[in-house]
Design a protein around this ligand. Structure first.
Ligand SMILES: NC(=O)c1ccc[n+]([C@@H]2O[C@H](COP(=O)([O-])OP(=O)(O)OC[C@H]3O[C@@H](n4cnc5c(N)ncnc54)[C@H](O)[C@@H]3O)[C@@H](O)[C@H]2O)c1
Length: 316
């Protein structure tokens, strides 16, 4: 099959790699030139990791797979390529207004038979589907990070999604060796509806000085079997993405558990995006040996302490 993938950030690169490893052809586009330029390098690295994990490592395997990716520098060229694709896959920022504007622009330019997949983590598929104007052929396929290593995919149909689109999607994902499962169309679906209150609480406890980054992650990995712990997971997912998802879930539900903690907002404002920026809850200057940070400047220990900090060195 042919995929048109819009958005080549963390998840876009993950899905592109998954698609080409499954034998599909990918046309990709991102509004950000740096993001476009990094596609081949990131996908090759991810393909290598998947090959090792699933024991299909052969010399040159990853390099061969990434030859099936065409990254377009011009949006119009991408749209023309997307017109000949089977699936248009939206993987841009978690922002309802932005996604709707992009879908309203692009989808009407594609033939009606093209299926629309969204990798949204939390947004209402009915709203996205109506924005794109082909609700019968629209569905959420929410993959997990890093996509080629994590089998689970939440499949969320909207009220107008046809039975054919659902079945086509389920089969396409199974053919890609994914593990699709049906999830409800509620803010955060199944996985993030459960995960986010816990994940945001981890930051609240850190911010109030009750736990340290390292202890928190050791606790979750050794007691609950989490693969990496809450804070390392944040650093891989990126703090801006977590902030966007939390805000969108809060806007959609008014549930205060999703309201982002101040610490997360301040870290994003200060450019501490996680592993990709070299600094997040861990210091990633040596990526093989990330060091948990103390983050003293973010701990809300006393009003006096905060006031003095603000007077000496404004954060905002
Ligand atoms: N990061 C995760 O762990 C994770 C996990 C599951 C789902 N998701 C979801 O996947 C989607 C993408 O998240 P991400 O983590 O890859 O974000 P990201 O910030 O790494 O990448 C998003 C990309 O979208 C591009 N973009 C934004 N607006 C655009 C536009 N108008 N046209 C073209 N490109 C545009 C950006 O330049 C950026 O490269 C979101 O819906 C997010 O909620 C993220």
């Amino acid at each position: 099959m042919k995929f048109a993938v819009m958005g080549t950030g963390v998840m876009g690169c993950g899905w592109i790699t998954q698609c080409v490893l499954s034998g599909h052809v990918v046309h990709a586009y991102d509004a950000n030139a740096d993001s476009r330029a990094a596609v081949a390098r990131i996908c090759e690295k991810l393909a290598g990791k998947a090959a090792k994990k699933f024991n299909f490592d052969q010399p040159g395997y990853a390099q061969k797979a990434i030859k099936k990716i065409t990254t377009h520098a011009k949006k119009q060229d991408f749209i023309e390529a997307a017109q000949r694709c089977d699936i248009f896959f939206e993987i841009i920022f978690e922002d309802m207004e932005l996604k709707c504007a992009v879908l309203a622009e692009i989808l009407p330019q594609l033939p009606p038979k093209v299926i629309f997949w969204s990798n949204t983590s939390s947004l209402n598929i009915d709203v996205l589907a109506e924005a794109g104007g082909r609700p019968e052929r629209s569905i959420v396929t929410h993959g997990m990070n890093p996509v080629p290593l994590m089998p689970g995919v939440e499949v969320v149909p909207g009220v107008k999604t046809s039975a054919e689109t659902l079945e086509f999607t389920r089969k396409a994902l199974l053919d890609m060796k994914k593990a699709p499962f049906l999830a409800p169309n509620i803010p955060g679906f199944w996985v993030n509806r459960l995960l986010f209150p816990q994940m945001l609480d981890a930051i609240r406890l850190l911010e109030s000085g009750k736990i340290q980054v390292e202890d928190g992650d050791v606790g979750l990995t050794t007691c609950l079997g989490h693969p990496q712990g809450a804070f390392k997971l944040y650093d891989f997912a990126s703090t801006p993405t977590i902030l966007r998802v939390a805000l969108e879930m809060f806007k959609a539900s008014d549930d205060p558990r999703f309201y982002p903690p101040l610490m997360l907002v301040r870290m994003v404002k200060n450019g501490e995006f996680g592993a990709s920026s070299g600094k997040g809850f861990y210091d990633w200057r040596d990526p093989r040996n990330p060091r948990p940070r103390k983050l003293a400047e973010y701990i809300i220990s006393s009003a006096e302490n905060m006031t003095q900090n603000v007077i000496k060195k404004p954060v905002f």
